[in-house]
Design a protein. Sequence first.
Lengths: 734, 183
Amino acid sequence: MRAIALAAVAAAAARAAAAQAPAPPLRVVAGIVISRSDSAPVAGASVAIVGTALRTVTDAAGRFAFARAPGEMLDLLAARIGYEPELASVAEGRADDTTVVISLVPTPIQVSPIVVTASRAEHLAQESPVSVAVATGEDIARRATITVDEAIALVPGVQILDGQIGIRGSSGYARGVGSRVLMLVDGVPANEGDRDGIDWDLLPVNSVERVEVMKGTGSALYGSSALGGVVNVITREIPDAPQVSLRLLGGGYAAPPSPDWRWRTSPALLGGADLSVSRRVGPVKVLLAGGVAGDGGYRENNDDFRVHGLAKLVLAPDPQLQATLEGSLARDNHGDVLFWCTEGQCADRGLAYQPFRVDSTTLGNRTRSDKILVLATARGALSPSLALRGRASWYRTYFLDTYQTTPADSQAAMADRVGSEVGIEWHPAEGRVIDAGAEAAYSTVTSDLFGDHSETDLAWYAEDETAAGRNTRFTFGARIDAIAVDGVAWNAVASPRVAATWLWSPVQLRASVGRGFRAPSLAERFTSTAAQGIQVIPNPNLSNETSWSGELGAATPVARHLLVDAALFWGEYQNLIEPELVTGGTAIQFTNVTRARLRGLDLTARAADLAAGHLTLALAWTWLDAQDLTAHQPLAFRPRQLATLSADWVTDAGRAGSLAAGFDAHYASRPARVGIFENDRRVPQRTVDLRLVWRRGGVGVVARVANLFNYTYTLVPRTLEPPRTFSLALTVTR
Amino acid sequence: MRFSTVAAALVPLAISCDGGLQPQVSSTSCPVGICGVVHFRGAVPESTDYVRVVVYDSVPHTLDGLIAFAGFSDPLPLGPDSAAYTCCITALRPGTYGWVLVVWKKLGLLTVNTAPALLEAAGSYLDPADTTKFGAVVVQASDGTRGIDIVADFGRMQGIGAFVPAGARGTQGARGARGARGR
């Protein structure tokens, strides 16, 4: 890793020195990427010419080609999930016969994958100016997860509270409304148009290549909702060779640990099936994926049935010109569980609460939820120094809540979010890249809950990344958003960011400071309803939440097999929006009330190739101090400590295939405050997930036991987390 | 190397030695706020939406103040003769609360305007030393206040609007308490 960075900056410096001479003519640079372990070609590897806008992907035979590469000496950076990135130098040349062989070293744990979320351009995660963690498709596959949020719950500093994500304590819990984390699908914003929440079931997990989690504010690049971080879900590259993949999953929930809590005579089951097919026809690559999932529910009234599909079409007539059209849809129908049953609300058996049951009057309450996302992206390199990109998207969400006892109170909302963006990636000189663009988004909602409203967001952004000397890079950038609600009351927000990275061998240091903001969602502004006899009243005059935050981070190899990364983070937040009791407790309203401070430490250590290459370990620990400075009390729902230890033991692959056994142990301390039901007993999260993976050729079997010790706990008051869950997944890929 | 393997294998066992939440026979724990038992009298009206324990800083002087709850409990179970309660859903700030009562709510949407028509006092916590007066309850930050027992009589309820006539605060409280019990 260090060698890569040093070589890259040295080559850049040498080229800068020679920049006064006339540039040699363009040439063809072609090559092949192979695996160092067995010399097999590596398909789907990304290859980029360092310091230019040129990049491509290897075909099924591992081949790549740049038709118009610069004639001078250049460096190629090749990367693929499952391998360490590799840098290869290419001598100056004029003939069109430059052929390069790049061999990648397989690695069981990617110590520094390529990421694209931190600054829109590609970076090694370790050299990114802000902390970025990656959950790979392999991480997802070996845990047999069903939705994306299960996969990223393992990322250091991330906690998922009943579907609502908090990164380094950025969010508490508000039933998914007003997310302070922005979700991107292949770089395109995909938060809901009305509630600004995240739909984790939008994409089938077997179509996900990796998920990048950027920690800390991303408003300088992505605007509102990125106040607390960004989650970028990147879908699979489509291979050149035809491929069919089938995944079957089945399982069930263990009985409650106490006989006093048992509520059904037979175990609840879950299952699903996913099928994807892909192939290339000329310059067009097509992927079709679809599936169903059913879940009997570990709690009363908690059953779930879901269908989802994805179609992706990639047109790449030239390696430097690529267009993608992608559509995904999901329909979900589930029982609605608000809180568990307390004494007198159900067959309580004389107990103070029945965590697996709900209030009898809410039995039969259901939610139907539909989502459709269509996006188109295009990128073309006009020259080695300039690339253009554009995208357009449409995201529609619809939900219908129905109540068994009071059908007339049913509520529905349909929201649309249309967005577009154009941008450039310009390399005006060696070691410098400028990324700039303009973005527009228009959201509408029609609802008996939120009313009929719209929001318009126009934005301009630019960021300049410059090398200063051999080991230092600086990044300066800003984004300006102009936002209007219902076409009036425009307000403008500026979100600057400054960042730097230093290679202080062998330590890679990073520092960043930036301003973030989040515009209130239409739901927070306009919700008008009644819940359990209490009115929720609108607040159209809500202001933006804002923050100044920064981090200092360092990553370094400690020994041959160990990489350690530590980051100190600090954020000062203003005008945080919280649901508050108003008019003497008879109504709830979203209001700007809180000034807050979030600070802490993220520490991760990853070790691979231990025990003669069989054992890999990963430890993540986050310490968080989250204070409400207005009320002088801890912010609700923020655990002081989060920790995860993962281990995997892999046998050598033989004729019978390879076998791997592993576990994830999670710990989340008991939050000091949750705001509601403070008298309820709360416990820390202490769970262990166990897995066994067998693979041979294109066949894989994953047996998993989540919450192995059937530990009973909550993350959200009166909302039980799943008990011991068994699952068996069979994947066949041809 | 062998040590790291053994250590990795032992971690799952070490981390889950605690069983987490356990069945709880009744609402006996009282880590914060106010706790006690409500003893029910009379038949529960058919138009009942819910019955909760409600806490005020003091007996309100105005109708607006009447809905200025400091906090309220979960709905109380209405089958048994009595129900243990803990209060409140949102945490009570440390301090002294002058009126703790059991409120019966009629079906209907609760707003500032409808509160006097929909809410009735079924019984209040009384001063043990002088049961003609409401009892003041002190809430501390570090521990819950136990033993705040209340008798709720559905046959002798009184609209909470009746507690807001002109008059002195203390006298009002005493008259309200007598009214609620004497109806």
